[in-house]
Design a protein around this ligand. Structure first.
Ligand code: DX5
Length: 225
């Protein structure tokens, strides 16, 4: 059974102090850091590109993943990998050649992952499970942090988990959006093991370290049921 991983999103971090924020997240005990790369086209927000991530890479040792909320992701695979993102998450909705794009990510030496928006069915990933390390089931509509968890995604998480089980491939399930103290158990019980959180960790009144450890403890408790 894939391990539980706590993966903070940098979206809540003041973009003027992203490096310091990532150093603080590493000290807080996170397993990976997720960079929400947005192009203002696939989602109506622009965040940052490969150069920003590359500037942070040398001072933080935890793995990076690029959540590529961008059109034409194939154009940014190499820049994001070269910037230091070991995992490249491609949205199924952003390319007519998802299989080829995920294969190109693996050709670079990256771990590939596929993300699906709330309205996208699990069948969109049925024929790429051999190419990915994980499937990201979005539990909000992408573009902003601090949104409400969409609980109706839980049956979809479970459906993806069944597909993965039937495939025989070792593929994780990541969730992203509204993951926090009151929602993490539902997502983990449905089958998620990779937990992306922004607001829940940064708004924890006891600080980042508690935010990470508390989420991990709640996820492990839900898993042991
Ligand atoms: C949506 C973003 C957010 C972010 C996490 O595009 O991907 O889901 O990472 O946001 P929170 O944890 O604040 O809902």
């Amino acid at each position: 059974m894939p391990e539980i991983a706590i993966i903070p999103s940098v979206l809540p971090v003041d973009q003027g102090r992203l490096t310091e924020g990532c150093i603080e997240l590493e000290k807080a005990g996170c397993d990976r850091i997720q960079f929400d790369v947005m192009d203002g086209q696939f989602v109506p927000v622009i965040t940052f590109g490969a150069d920003t991530i590359a500037a942070i890479r040398p001072v933080v040792s935890v793995p990076f993943e690029a959540h590529m909320m961008i059109e034409k992701p194939e154009q940014m695979l190499k820049p994001m990998y070269d910037a230091g993102c070991e995992t490249l998450i491609v949205h199924a909705e952003t390319t007519g050649h998802l299989h080829r794009t995920l294969g190109a990510a693996r050709e670079l030496g990256a771990r590939a992952a596929v993300a699906i928006n709330p309205a996208t069915p699990p069948s969109a990933v049925a024929h790429v499970l051999d190419l990915v390390d994980h499937v990201l089931v979005m539990t909000v509509n992408p573009g902003w942090g601090g949104q409400k968890y969409i609980a109706t995604m839980e049956p979809k998480i479970a459906a993806v988990a069944r597909m993965i089980e039937a495939s025989g491939y070792h593929v994780g399930i990541e969730v992203d959006g509204g993951i926090g103290t009151t929602t993490v158990a539902g997502a983990v019980t449905a089958g998620a093991n990779l937990l992306v959180a922004g607001s829940a960790i940064f708004r924890d009144p006891e600080g980042l370290e508690h935010g990470v450890s508390d989420l991990r403890a709640r996820a492990l408790a839900a898993r042991s049921g």
